[in-house]
Design a protein around this ligand. Structure first.
Ligand code: NAD
Ligand code: DAU
Length: 355
């Protein structure tokens, strides 16, 4: 039976993962969700699991070493799944420092706590022996590989060439995780997934933002020519892949996660308008994101052939369900887009008005 620390479990993917793990396995004895509840964290995403006696929520910061240590002492975790991060590229361009401290220092704080609690002899700094069955999983992103041209795909051997403060902070975190494995023998895995979509995604990201604006007959801000390509995966397939890596991933290895589903942004925006019965005249081409990566595409051969994971969703089914989910949860969207988000939206998109 596993005792799991999930960080960032009140965010988009983290909350889907908490639902996934508690719903799909009886191998979890205890799951603690450590989340600072930034603008992106929302406990409303977790109301369905609140009464599960295995589930505990702790409001706190991953950079708080004392808190993290106390949680390890209290709950005796054998598994860490680290989602917590500043995750939005546009915000990282405005505020890089926050991304570096949260994403890099936060990761190192967790690794240190895990090392202290999992080493068989914590006093022996050269010992590489860890308690049986422990694992630290770093949830990373395909953005660490940088941008692709018209052809080719990211494999686990592609060099890291991040282009935004967000992706470089994630790459920095990946390198620290790697260093803890190489230097201290920490049992780790890193997963690098492509763009996720699905329920509970904050409406600053492409798909929920476009659904929300289209429903309100507001303009749909497409960066540049809209021909940038992303490789989309339903969040529940990402969660299943992480669970697979936890169970079967070879210690020290990196696994790319993706579903071979490349789409240009403009295609996605048109599809959303079509599904909602809204006119294409709502599309507005605005100034491009600085340093905007042109194309991402994941080669998923390693995880599919070595670990047997495969996505369950087709994009057509997933996007249809996702649009319906947002239509059925408009109050959830309205609640999280009131207040501070309105100011963020005005500041961000006023600057981007001119193509
Ligand atoms: P999100 O922004 O929706 O959620 C992040 C969560 O982390 C929030 O609940 C927030 O409150 C919490 N958090 C932020 N700073 C914290 C801190 N200092 N201490 C504790 N909690 C803190 O992000 P997401 O889209 O769910 O992404 C989750 C992870 O997956 C991130 O590490 C991201 O880099 C990675 N990822 C995301 C995608 C994607 O398409 N969204 C794809 C691949 C990888
Ligand atoms: O690839 C994985 C990454 O996917 C994750 O690591 C990040 O956490 C996640 O935010 C996401 O990054 P992107 O930058 O690809 O996602 P975003 O939804 O911000 O943008 C998707 C594409 O849509 C991108 O090419 C920019 C474009 N876009 C986005 C917004 C918000 C627009 O054209 N207009 C917009 O208003």
């Amino acid at each position: 039976m596993k005792r799991v620390l999930v960080t960032g479990g009140a965010g988009f993917i983290g909350s889907n993962f908490v639902h996934y793990l508690l719903g799909h396995t009886d191998g979890v004895e205890c799951l603690v969700n450590l989340d600072a509840l930034t603008y992106a964290g929302n406990l409303e995403n977790l109301t369905a699991v609140e009464s599960d006696t295995r589930y505990h929520f702790v409001k706190g910061d991953i950079r708080d070493q004392k808190l993290v240590d106390n949680l390890f002492c209290e709950h005796n975790f054998d598994t860490v799944v680290h989602f917590a991060a500043e995750s939005h590229v546009d915000r990282s361009i405005e505020e890089p420092e926050l991304f570096l401290t949260t994403n890099i220092v936060g990761t190192q704080t967790l690794l240190d706590a895990a090392k202290r609690h999992w080493k068989i002899d914590p006093e022996d700094k050269y010992s590489r022996e860890y308690c049986e069955g422990v694992k630290y999983l770093q949830v990373s992103t395909d953005e660490v590989y940088g941008a692709l041209g018209a052809t080719g795909m990211f494999t686990e051997k592609t060099p890291l060439q991040p282009n935004s403060p967000y992706s470089s902070s994630k790459a920095g975190a990946d390198l620290i995780v790697r260093a803890y494995h190489e230097t201290y023998g920490m049992p780790v895995n890193i997963t690098r997934c492509s763009n996720n979509y699905g329920p509970y995604q904050f409406p600053e990201k492409l798909i929920p933002l476009m659904i929300h604006n289209a429903c309100n007959d507001k303009s749909l801000p497409v960066y540049g020519d809209g021909m940038q390509i992303r490789d989309w995966l339903h969040v529940s397939d990402h969660c299943a892949a992480i669970a697979t890596v936890l169970e079967k991933g070879k210690v020290g290895e990196v696994y790319n996660i993706g579903g071979n589903n490349e789409k240009a942004n403009i295609e996605i925006v048109r599809l959303i308008l079509q599904e909602l019965g809204k006119p294409e005249s709502l599309i507005t081409h605005v100034k491009d994101r600085p340093g905007h990566d042109r194309r991402y595409a994941i080669d998923n051969t390693k995880i599919t052939t070595e670990l047997g994971w495969a996505p369950a969703y087709t994009f057509e089914q997933g996007i249809h369900e996702t649009i319906q989910w947002y239509l059925n949860h408009m109050e959830w969207v309205e609640r999280i887009t009131s207040g501070d988000y309105q100011k963020y939206y005005r500041d961000m998109y006023q600057k981007a008005q001119q193509p």
